[in-house]
Ligand binder design. Structure first.
Ligand SMILES: [Zn+2]
Length: 277
C-alpha cells in the first residue's frame, strides 16, 4: 500500500501541516527534495506534506529542486497535489487575505529545469524520451472545484480562476514590471508556481494552486512595495484558515482510482522512455 495519496506542498510561512506525522527521507534520481516528507492522515486520507522551501526556509524559489519534490511525492503514492503559495495581488480588489484558485499560468522564470522528459540519462542509465505534453490547462479542474468549495464551506469566498504569473525572484517586482503584469490582465504574481505545475503534469499528477494574496504588488499601490516581513505576517494571520480549507479539500478529493479528470492521462500517445515511480 502507498504511504500517501494526496500531497501538500507548503510555501512561505507554512512549514507544518499535520500534527501527528511520520518523517521519512526520500531520495530521487534528481537529488534530494526540499526536506523530509511528513506523512499523516487527514479525514481518513493518507497525506504527505513537504515544506517547499525546507522547514527552515533555507531554499529561495530558484534553488528549490522542483523535480525532486514532485518525484518524491509520486514515489510514495501521491497522485493529487495541493500547492498553497504566497502571492502578490495585481488588482486593487485582490488585497491581502484573498484566496485565488488560478486556472491559468504565465511563466516568467529564467533559469529553472522544467521537464523530466529531456533526453538526459538518469543515474541508473535509463534515458527519458523527448516529449511535448499539452499544458493548455495547467491546473486540475476537479482540484480547483474542490478547493473552491472547501473555501466557501469555511466562509472564505475564493476568487475562482485567474492567471498566476511566476517570476524568477528572489527579488520582488519593480513597479514597472508589476504595472506591466497587471496591464496584461494577469491576476497574481508568485515565485514558485512554475515549474511545480508543469512537473506535476509530466508525472500525471493532479495539481491545484491555492494562491494566498499577502500583499498588493509594487505597481498596484503607491506605498513602499513588498517586503518579506509583510508576506510572512499576512500568511501567518491566514495560515489557520488555509489549513482548515486544505483539510476539507483533502477529505473531498476523489480517491486515486476514481480520478475523472484528464491529469492521469497526460501521457496519452507518448512513450516516456522511463518508468514513473
Ligand atoms: Zn486532475
Amino acid at each position: 500500500m502507498a504511504d500517501a495519496e494526496i500531497g501538500v506542498i507548503g510555501g512561505s510561512g507554512f512549514y507544518s501541516f499535520l500534527d501527528d506525522v511520520t518523517e521519512i527521507t526520500v531520495d530521487t534520481p534528481y537529488g534530494a527534495p526540499s526536506d523530509s516528507l511528513f506523512l499523516g492522515e487527514v479525514a481518513g486520507r493518507a497525506v504527505a506534506f513537504l515544506p517547499r522551501h525546507g522547514r527552515k526556509h533555507h531554499l529561495p524559489p530558484h534553488r528549490i529542486n522542483y523535480r525532486a519534490n514532485l518525484w518524491a511525492l509520486r514515489s510514495v503514492g501521491v497522485r493529487q497535489v495541493l500547492g498553497p503559495c504566497a502571492v502578490g495581488g495585481l488588482r486593487p480588489e485582490y488585497g491581502p487575505g484573498t484566496l485565488l484558485v488560478p486556472d491559468q499560468l504565465v511563466d516568467r522564470t529564467k533559469a529553472r529545469t522544467q521537464t523530466y522528459l529531456d533526453g538526459v540519462p538518469l543515474p541508473d542509465g535509463s534515458v527519458p524520451n523527448v516529449v511535448h505534453l499539452s499544458f493548455a490547462d495547467p491546473y486540475c479542474p476537479v482540484g480547483r472545484a474542490t478547493v473552491a468549495a472547501a473555501a466557501r464551506g469555511r466562509a472564505w469566498e475564493p476568487v475562482e480562476g485567474g492567471t498566476l504569473v511566476v517570476i524568477e525572484g528572489p527579488r520582488f517586482s519593480t513597479r514597472a514590471e508589476s504595472r506591466w503584469h497587471a496591464a496584461q490582465g494577469w491576476s497574481v504574481v508568485g515565485m514558485t508556481g512554475h515549474p511545480e505545475a508543469v512537473l506535476a503534469r509530466e508525472l500525471a499528477l493532479c495539481y491545484t494552486s491555492l494562491s494566498l494574496v499577502t500583499d498588493l504588488d509594487a505597481g498596484t499601490e503607491t506605498g513602499e512595495g513588498v517586503s518579506h516581513e509583510e508576506v510572512l505576517e499576512v500568511f501567518g494571520r491566514n495560515v489557520g484558515r488555509l489549513r482548515e480549507v486544505l483539510f476539507d479539500a483533502v477529505g473531498a478529493l476523489p480517491a486515486t482510482a476514481k480520478r475523472a479528470c484528464a491529469c492521469a492521462d497526460a501521457h496519452a500517445g507518448w512513450d516516456l522512455g522511463i518508468p514513473l515511480p
